[in-house]
Ligand binder design. Structure first.
Ligand code: SAM
Length: 265
């Protein structure tokens, strides 16, 4: 089993971040998919496959292969170890590489992030940004940001490349500059995703990107019987983004799901 697949599967056995740690969490059964052309409907139904939409049905092995497309170096591995130590669930390698790609594709110079953690997503973002670009990252926990600072410094990013703000996302976001960011990445409190969306639309420049992690939330968003506050808030944001005329969006099934929306120019 590849390292990333191990991380991916391990991540799915932990409670969704943001859930109280004393709440029992039953992880979903590992997804197993087979090619649409060879699967019989009864089996496809059992596996949650959508053969009637003409979709290509991805196998667990293919998802792991996609996660491994870009490997992580020692700095990202160290940031993941720090995350483990403080009980933070970082973005998956595949979703991290997508963040980096998106930042690079739009030539991002200014990126805002809610939910610094220990800097896994931040390091992926910094690597995709323009030289001299600044990552502004907000987290409630000063200790997480201390570890993120270690991550960025060890990876040789100068202190002027990252601005770490300790505070609640919804307290800090209203103080950030309108149209001031090329990309806004949301990975804080899942229950607040709806309010993050409103703020992010104001913060991002026309043509810029708003990206949410955990858009599939451990397979719960796609399951209508799951109605806990985190799942409902994320499901609501996914729907709002897909129907908002100001936005063009795609939901990428990397990691725990990456919802990417562009604010139309
Ligand atoms: C899933 S972790 C972020 C992981 C990070 N983006 C990464 O991939 O390395 C969520 C982080 O959000 C922080 N957080 C939780 N609620 C928050 C809030 N209301 N405002 C800001 N940060 C919050 C937590 O302290 C935690 O560090």
């Amino acid at each position: 089993m590849g390292r990333s697949l191990f991380l991916h599967l391990r991540e799915r056995t932990e409670p969704p971040d943001g859930s109280p740690s004393n709440r029992p969490y039953t992880p979903p059964a590992p997804r197993s998919f087979v090619a649409a052309s060879t699967v019989r409907r009864s089996r496809a139904d059992r596996l949650g496959a959508h053969i009637d939409r003409g979709a290509v049905i991805t196998t667990a092995a293919s998802l792991a292969f996609a996660e491994d497309h870009q490997s992580e170096d020692d700095h990202l591995a160290a940031a993941r170890r720090r995350a483990d130590e403080v009980g933070v669930v970082p973005i998956s390698p595949g979703a991290g590489s997508a963040l980096s790609f998106l930042a690079s594709a739009i030539g991002a110079r200014a990126v805002a992030e809610i939910g610094t953690g220990t800097g896994v997503s931040g390091l992926w973002l910094l690597r995709g940004m323009q030289p001299g670009g600044v990552l502004t990252s907000v987290d409630l926990e000063a200790e997480h940001q201390r570890l993120a600072r270690e991550t960025f410094t060890a990876a040789e990013y100068a202190p002027q490349r990252f601005r770490l703000i300790a505070g609640a996302g919804l307290d800090v976001m209203p103080r950030l500059t309108d149209d001031g960011y090329d990309l806004v990445f949301l990975d804080g409190d899942k229950v607040e995703y709806g309010e993050y969306l409103e703020q992010a639309v104001r913060l991002v420049r026309p043509g810029g990107l708003i990206v949410f992690d955990n858009a599939l939330w451990h397979d719960r968003v796609a399951d209508p019987s799951q109605r806990d506050p985190e799942t409902s808030a994320i499901r609501d944001v996914v729907k709002r983004v897909s129907t908002d005329d100001r936005l063009r969006s795609v939901l990428l099934p990397l990691g725990d799901g990456l919802l990417v929306a562009q604010l139309l120019p």
